[in-house]
Ligand binder design. Structure first.
Ligand SMILES: Cc1cc2nc3c(=O)[nH]c(=O)nc-3n(C[C@H](O)[C@H](O)[C@H](O)COP(=O)(O)OP(=O)(O)OC[C@H]3O[C@@H](n4cnc5c(N)ncnc54)[C@H](O)[C@@H]3O)c2cc1C
Length: 294
């Protein structure tokens, strides 16, 4: 093993400054108690236990929002506490769909890092411009950030991000698609918010995944629009994920939690939960037209 370097040279033109305190970095001034423990030792412990409990079933369970069955190794990979090569080496020593799928996800990480190395401008500019003239929609963006869009699965995910500094991959795709395609707001607005709050916030993986979802990146189907209700039915069929993160809706049983607007009378009025921010069909039409589709 190589010893740690005594000093790391900083590229020319980068100014130095004081390292901000945790209080300055955290919303509310205090780090959330839900943040994972840092460091190599904690990362290794996490991988060892997840290898026993989650790796074999990873392929079947990785999209289950409520099951939360993914490795949660992303912060350790981002900060270099764990080496992706070591994880690939260990996982590929085991047979089955789970280890194979896990290695595939690590390959996405590598892919995005390579794309950014080849095109550093993609951190801030469209990788493939689609001629978008994004909307400025401050009130809608504020509702999205606060988890008050009126679409329960979107709101659950945004609240998980604020509380844990982490969000499930499927949920990241949904909230990013909602911002860029349903609200038709610039992907950079969402990417900035994610970088502010994510404990695994990573220039390559964040910016290029945002671009992938917005259709300005490497997705081969750049104009597809994910419907949050269809996705919620598929990946949170019993509504457990929503009830966990949106306490106002905790009293709604089963999948009905995904459509609180169907309640009527005093039950609806008592919920203190907003009406949907947009009509999904109108929003999809607006997006298709903006992209020059029928
Ligand atoms: C809009 C958006 C923003 C994202 N921002 C980030 C980010 O800032 N940092 C980050 O590490 N990941 C990001 N991702 C990718 C992915 O969501 C996270 O890596 C994953 O959810 C982390 O959880 P996990 O460790 O349990 O993943 P697992 O499912 O256990 O996967 C194992 C590892 O594979 C890598 N990986 C998995 N999916 C992806 C992917 N789509 N792209 C690149 N690498 C992947 C990660 O390093 C992850 O830790 C983003 C995805 C989207 C859609």
């Amino acid at each position: 093993m190589l010893p740690a370097p005594r000093a790391v040279p900083v590229p020319e033109g980068v100014r130095s400054g004081a390292v901000p305190s945790a209080a300055e970095l955290c919303p509310g001034g205090r780090p959330s108690p839900a943040l994972p423990e840092g460091g190599e030792r904690a990362g290794r412990r996490r991988f060892a236990s997840w290898q026993r409990s989650g790796l074999a079933a990873y392929e079947e369970r990785r999209d289950d929002l409520a099951g939360d069955a993914t490795s949660r190794l992303s912060p350790y990979l981002h900060f270099g506490c764990l080496s992706p090569v070591e994880l690939v080496h260990q996982a590929s020593g085991r047979a089955g769909a789970g280890p194979e799928s896990f290695v595939r996800q690590l390959a996405w990480r590598d892919f995005h890092h390579q794309v950014l190395a080849a095109r550093p401008d993609a951190a801030a500019a469209d990788y493939r411009s689609r001629g978008d003239r994004w909307r400025r929609a401050d009130a809608e963006v504020a509702a999205w950030k606060a988890g008050r869009t009126g679409f329960p699965v979107i709101d659950a995910a945004m609240r998980q991000l604020r509380h844990e500094g982490w969000m499930h991959n499927r949920a990241r795709m949904l909230v990013a698609g909602f911002l860029t395609k349903t609200l038709y707001v610039d992907w950079r607005v969402g990417a900035r918010h994610f970088l502010d709050l994510l404990v695994d916030g990573d220039m390559a993986n964040n910016q290029l995944n945002w671009q992938w979802v917005a259709g300005t990146g490497t997705d081969t189907r750049p104009n597809r629009v994910l419907n949050p209700l269809v996705q919620a039915g598929r990946f949170d069929p019993e509504g457990e994920y929503v009830r966990r993160w949106v306490p106002e809706l905790a009293g709604l049983a089963g999948p009905s939690v995904h459509r609180p607007w169907r309640l009527s009378g005093p039950g609806r009025a008592a919920l203190d939960y907003p009406e949907p921010l947009v009509d999904l069909a109108d929003a999809a039409l607006r997006f298709r037209r903006a992209r020059g589709q029928k």
